[in-house]
Design a protein around this ligand. Structure first.
Ligand SMILES: [Zn+2]
Length: 149
């Protein structure tokens, strides 16, 4: 009596079938990512330069007061943040600052600018913000009402 075992091909410890499934899943995910990203990146290309000009003008304006050392300013296509500040003094802003009413983009710029001095949200940080945007508490509330991110 002979037993016939089903022949399975293995490659690097994975069966060929499971490798095929993994590849199919990766292809599907890539396709999905592309689909989701497309309209957003077109908008990014459209507004990036305008956002950079906005950021640079407002940094020049507010930093005439603060006189912090700004390293690099970059516009990004982020899904969840208006801006960020690195320890090296690099400031990043969402391209959508170009679409904000001026008093709101002022706040985003001042917020990140003040992180150059205080990399936290301590009372000392908010005191710095209040020096150029005394009504910052109201503006923070306004931000919660809009949801373009
Ligand atoms: Zn912050």
């Amino acid at each position: 009596m002979f037993f016939v075992f089903k022949k399975t091909n293995y490659k690097n410890g994975f069966s060929i079938k499971s490798l095929r499934l993994i590849r199919r899943k990766a292809r599907w995910q890539k396709k999905r990512r592309k689909k989701r990203r497309k309209p957003n990146s077109l908008e990014f290309i459209q507004y990036k330069n305008q956002a950079l000009a906005t950021a640079q003008n407002k940094i020049a304006h507010f930093n005439a007061f603060y006189k912090f050392k700004v390293n690099r300013v970059t516009i990004k296509n982020q899904k969840t943040r208006w801006g960020s500040c690195s320890k090296k003094g690099n400031l990043n802003f969402n391209y959508k600052i170009a679409l904000l009413p001026p008093h709101l983009s002022d706040y985003v710029i001042v917020h990140e600018l003040c992180h150059l001095e205080q990399l936290n949200h301590s009372p000392a940080f908010w005191n710095l913000v209040a020096k150029t945007i005394p009504q910052y508490k109201k503006i923070k509330k306004d931000f919660k009402k809009i949801s373009i991110l």
